[in-house]
Design a binder for this molecule. Sequence first.
Ligand code: ZN
Length: 269
Amino acid sequence: MPELPEVEVTRRGLAPQLAGRRISGVSVREPRLRWPVPRDVLALAGRTVSAVRRRGKYLLVDCGDGHLILHLGMSGSLRVLPPDTPPGKHDHFDLLLGDRLLRLRDPRRFGAVLWAAGDVEAHPLLAHLGVEPLSRALTPQRLHALTRAHRTAIKHFLMDGRRVVGVGNIYASEALFRAGISPRRSAKRIKRAEFDALAKSIKVVLRAAIRAGGTTLRDYVNPEGTPGYFRQKLYVYERTREPCRVCRTPIKHFVQGQRSTYFCPKCQK
Ligand SMILES: [Zn+2]
């Protein structure tokens, strides 16, 4: 499943190819995605794309008076292709931009193509999203304040998109390792000083994954069609019984809220 780094890599690939271009047509071959593709999308021709932004794992194509909201779901990918490229079986949506087209391929159809007129931040899918982890808003102070009311485990807290957005299982596991914090600890019991390391670690793991082009995942390819190379740099994720890269203690694994959690019992307290 594409996570925040993959979506940000996609955004960076798409933005220079789309910004400033006039939409010349829209093609919806399969409207039955996670939510039905609204008819508003068919009326986008004539608008100009001014920017491609991101909020959590949503890509926001700014069309001036509204935003095309794109989500990659479980298996989606976006490519910029020559306008005469024949569509494949899972190529459900095209945004035509004169000499090129933006194409959504999504075999499992959990992705989304939606339209938000006016203030996109007020859209029901975006209005309740938590702090952007790569923004200046994610500080140790903010994390400390947000966790005071939460008895839930710190890993659950980090993965709750209403608190902090876009930190999935891989990045929560890796950030907690780097910060030396056990994933089982109650969020509200983590001390203020420990959030210095945690806030920094969250940004470090996400930025490293973005630089590497996203984590290698089965269904994911970035806009150039090549898999990411972050996986070989992971410290704990899917490394059960392998030696910790810091202390050689075997990495442990347990199931926490139906998700696998990986940690080093010696490095993480
Ligand atoms: Zn260790």
